[in-house]
Design a protein around this ligand. Structure first.
Ligand code: NAI
Length: 335
């Protein structure tokens, strides 16, 4: 029997291509995993008549860990985000997104190493919208003391565990005095329990400018859901693009590992997507299941491929395919 059973959601768009490449690399480490493949999103709607089948939720609850490709959400119409639905259904409240430059990859900040902790369950991102009267739409921003305290505590615990010295909350409490004000208050209340860690806060618009000009001043950043979403893509841009930013959605019921980027319909089906972000999410997953040696070996193999510089995907100026990139890493993992 396999030592670990993990739910595998290939997703759509570039999802199946990058997930297949990632499974090859994970398996090349020799780690003993049985994958339980599940569908969700548009494919599930067609097969089961629902975008989030109970069987998928049950699989993640049972296994406690999932690796997930991106899922497409129709813009301005159609079904609501399955990504958001999944995070809510499993109460995956902390979205952790390390932003670290890779060796030999041209980018604006080659030394950058920071972490985004995004609240994953509420704020404006919850999609609570309705038409008040024709021509007037209301979108609700929910901020609770419980969720704000929980995410602040997660950020400080993360900082303590990973030996980071500073946590910065980003907010708009000057304008949204009650909602962002509550988020900020909870942040500073929690900070009192972590006297060895500097607690800083910045208004989100200034924070974005600071991130572009002097990102090295940040270590761990904690943000509400929508701000965290936007700032994640901004930060991915600082280290070379969306193909490079991994992530994890963590909660008490389980953990779902996925890249920051979406399903990239513009390049889907061509075998040219960069699988780095989801591979690095998988390495985070290996550490989560305490397969540290496998994670270290796979990460080192990937860093060596980057350091060699011969094999890289088109988004980074190369001509290698998704599969070529995976093969180069698998080759490095051979004894
Ligand atoms: P996107 O992240 O899919 O793509 C933005 C740009 O980055 C595109 O030009 C794309 O080709 C490029 N890109 C993204 N990932 C790449 C990779 N691995 N390698 C090379 N290039 C890459 O964002 P977009 O276009 O706004 O969204 C497309 C769909 O993805 C939407 O339906 C959106 O809702 C969904 N989405 C899903 C997410 C998830 O499943 N967690 C997260 C973000 C968006």
């Amino acid at each position: 029997m396999a030592k670990h059973t993990i739910t595998l959601i290939p997703g759509d768009g570039i999802g199946p291509e990058i997930v297949a490449a990632t499974v090859r690399v994970v398996e090349a480490t020799g780690v003993d995993i049985e994958w339980e493949t599940q569908i969700i999103g548009a494919q599930a709607l067609e097969k089961f008549g629902t975008t989030i089948p109970e069987s998928t939720i049950e699989s993640i609850k049972r296994n406690k860990v999932a690796l997930k490709g991106p899922l497409t959400t129709p813009v301005g119409k159609g079904f609501t985000s399955v990504n958001v639905g999944l995070r809510k259904a499993l109460d995956l409240y902390a979205n952790v997104r390390p932003i670290k430059a890779l060796p030999n990859v041209p980018c604006r900040y080659p030394e950058l190493d920071l972490v985004i902790v995004r609240e994953n369950t509420e704020s404006l991102y919850a999609g609570l919208e309705h038409v008040v009267v024709p021509g007037v739409v209301e979108s609700l921003k929910i901020i609770t003391e419980k969720a704000s305290t929980r995410i602040a505590r997660y950020a400080f615990e993360y900082a303590r565990k990973h030996n980071r010295k500073k946590v910065t909350a980003m907010h708009k409490a000057n304008i949204m005095k009650l909602s962002d004000g509550l988020f900020l208050q909870c942040f500073h209340d929690v900070a009192k329990d972590y006297p060895e860690i500097e607690a800083d806060d910045k208004i989100i618009d200034n924070a974005c400018m600071q991130l572009v000009m002097r990102p090295e001043q940040f270590e761990v950043m904690v943000l509400e859901n929508l701000y965290g979403d936007i700032v994640s893509d901004l930060c991915a841009g600082l280290i070379g693009g969306l193909g490079l930013a991994p992530g994890a959605n963590i909660g008490e019921l389980g953990a779902v590992f996925e890249a920051v980027h979406g399903s990239a319909p513009d390049i889907a089906g061509q075998g040219i997507a960069n699988p780095t972000a989801i591979m690095m999410s998988a390495f985070m997953m290996l550490r989560h299941i305490e397969e540290f040696a496998a994670a270290d070996a796979a990460e080192k193999a990937m860093m060596d491929v980057y350091a060699d510089g011969d094999v890289r995907t088109r988004d980074l100026g190369g001509s290698s395919s998704t599969a070529d990139f995976a093969s180069a890493i698998v080759e490095k993992l051979k004894p």
